[in-house]
Design a protein. Structure first.
Lengths: 155, 451
């Protein structure tokens, strides 16, 4: 199958505090993306990620990250081996698989895209409600710049 | 059956066959929602079984009061992310029944088509991701995908096909936006429906092949005398309409539900239990539908069942995975049939004439009969709502299954007994979030019978 080129996917729900990071980054990044780059959001059920992996060569995921060792607002870029260390901080859906399970399944099914990069920010607050915590919100523009620069220089 | 991997949660070493023990499963794995299991055994008799639903109550019946009747399908669909269509269908058919609305056959067909999509995606998720790992001895679908990638890929493909139906007809895969009292907000364009039909045909072939594969697996022996309850209709395998019947004499109008079935509270569950006033607990879901309506399945589905010599009346819930797979095949067959003949002649919805009324609706969610009752006033304001999901109705039947299973299998090791009890629950594909509209496994074994 001919795969499409590049996509950036924001993961998370905008009604759950910092879990909405992916959603807000996609809103902010859309005007800066070249026409050949697709941008989408995914809510709780991210089994749709496997469809995206099947159809795109270069996949950028954006999600809130929790390490509990870094300060809120710390920005991350993960790829390769580091992706296998991801685990889910909170249940995003009671019916479906979370991001780390989906990545493991994609690996087992030989469905990983050619290039996969995860961008994120250390989150602080997943309580119900719209809006990001201050430390996370202050880093969104910098994260958007990081991603746009990489996409423009690479693809 | 191959030996299971270690089930989820902590386990404590204990001699097999000990006559006094208590089993706690603090958190049930591979079921939707949050539940736990408690079993107390004393002198080789099961003294107590509690399926503990601690998912918090959600109070839909309360906060919907005062809302407009047109919001009922959109609000109730939020009860569930895997069976939103079921809530929408039960809601709209209940309100339509109260308003005495006559719904044209092309709208009825379109509803069945949408429901086919939901059955396919919900059943596929359960068959391949939640139930199959039990039968193949894997802890979960992730582990299973390493050794059986093609089976998982098939399951994902089938689920995606179901999602496509819901997307095209409902406007969105989760919580569709095209459903309203009286019908639909708009008909999809013909090109989308033609493409959909073409996409479903190869998927139907995969669904047929899956049944052949399932017939090769080993299943625990288990049989019980159940009262199966489902909708039944003279002209179709039941989804959106009919009477409510059982194999033990129940045959009622949907409006008579509250006269024959009552809900009651138990201290260990946030979901109300249900019982037939005359006879106690009962069994809803695909096995009930199949047992009571087998002759209404499509020719292809009956051929598939016969090709594996599947029983015409199934009383072993561990074999429910085969029934679900037959329903997946039927749903593909039915969807393709409707799409081949679909040519809407009416407007997409019938405008209701609002009067004060009480309406009753039951439709067949993937997990069984889902009952809604609505009282509305002359302006269409919702005054009183009752919702009884299939999983909450199945709770006491599940507890009885476990009681009987444990009494016949004391010889099993603790690990294996717990794993099979969890599987006994998963047989019902419980949707615990639905049940609480209003499986951590913890074992506490005490040889002397003390808690």
């Amino acid at each position: 199958m001919d795969k499409n080129n590049t996509i950036i996917v924001g993961i998370g729900h905008p009604f759950r505090g910092d879990d909405g990071l992916g959603h807000y980054v996609i809103e902010a990044i859309r005007p800066h993306l070249p026409p050949h780059v697709d941008a989408r959001t995914l809510l709780g059920d991210i089994s749709g990620l496997l469809d995206i992996f099947e159809n795109f060569q270069n996949v950028y995921l954006v999600d809130a990250i929790v390490t509990q060792t870094s300060a809120p607002g710390t920005r991350y870029r993960l790829e390769g081996e580091r992706l296998t260390q991801l685990s889910n901080a909170c249940r995003t859906s009671t019916h479906a698989f979370d991001i780390s399970q989906t990545l493991k399944m994609a690996h087992n099914l030989d469905m990983m895209p050619q290039n996969l990069v995860v961008y994120g920010i250390e989150a602080q607050d997943f309580s119900e409600g719209k809006g990001l915590s201050q430390d996370v919100a202050e880093q969104v523009q910098a994260l958007v710049s990081d991603i746009v620069n990489e996409i423009l220089n690479t693809h | 059956m191959s030996d299971p991997k270690k089930p989820s949660g902590k386990t404590y070493p204990i001699k097999a066959g000990i006559k006094n023990r208590t089993i706690h499963v603090d958190y049930l794995a591979r079921v939707e929602g949050e539940g736990a299991l408690y079993i107390e055994i004393s002198d080789n008799k099961v003294k107590d079984v509690k399926l503990k639903i601690f998912e918090p109550p959600r109070f839909f019946e309360a906060f919907m009061r005062g809302r407009n009747y047109l919001e009922a399908p959109d609000i109730t669909s939020r009860i569930c992310g895997i069976c939103p269509v079921a809530y929408q269908m039960s809601a709209i058919t209940a309100i339509e029944q109260g308003l005495n609305m006559d719904i044209p056959e092309d709208i009825q067909a379109f509803r069945r088509l949408l429901y086919c999509g939901e059955w396919i995606e919900s059943h596929s998720l359960h068959v391949y991701m939640l139930h199959a790992p039990d039968l193949l001895g894997f802890e979960d679908a992730i582990q299973m995908s390493k050794d059986h990638p093609d089976i998982i890929k098939n399951g994902l493909f089938l689920k995606k096909s179901g999602n496509k139906i819901v997307q095209v007809l409902g406007g969105r895969e989760v919580h569709p936006i095209n459903v309203r009292v009286g019908g639909f907000y708009k008909w999809p364009d013909k090109a989308s429906l033609t493409k959909l039909k073409d996409d479903l045909i190869p998927a139907r072939d995969k669904a047929y092949a899956a049944i052949q594969w399932l017939a090769t697996l080993n299943y625990p022996n288990y049989d019980r005398d159940y009262e199966f309850v489902s909708l039944s209709h003279p002209d179709e395998y039941p989804m959106t309409r009919g009477r409510l019947i059982s194999n033990k004499g129940l045959d009622i109008l949907l409006s008579e539900f509250d006269q024959y079935i009552e809900e009651y509270q138990v201290s260990h569950s946030n979901a109300l239990h249900s019982k037939l006033k005359a006879r106690g607990n009962y069994f809803l879901g695909p096995m009930a539908r199949y047992n009571l309506n087998r002759k209404s399945l499509s020719k292809t589905t009956l051929q598939a069942a016969d090709s594996i010599q599947f029983e015409s009346f199934c009383t072993n819930p561990f074999r429910s995975i085969i029934v679900r797979s037959l329903e997946i095949l039927y749903a593909f067959d039915e969807a393709i049939r409707i799409l081949e003949h679909f040519s809407p002649s009416s407007a997409p919805y019938v405008e209701p004439v609002l009067v004060p009324s009480v309406g009753y609706g039951i439709t067949e969610a993937p997990r069984g009969s889902l009952y809604h009752r609505y009282e509305i006033d002359e302006s269409g304001k919702l005054l009183d709502i009752k919702i009884v999901p299939p999983t909450s109705q199945n709770q006491s039947t599940i507890e009885n299954d476990i009681r009987e299973f444990v009494e016949k299998h004391y010889h099993l090791s603790q690990d294996k007994l717990i794993w099979q009890c969890e599987q006994a629950i998963r047989n019902y594909d419980p949707c615990i979030s639905c049940a609480t509209h209003f499986l951590k496994l913890h074992i506490n074994s005490t040889p002397d019978g003390q808690k």
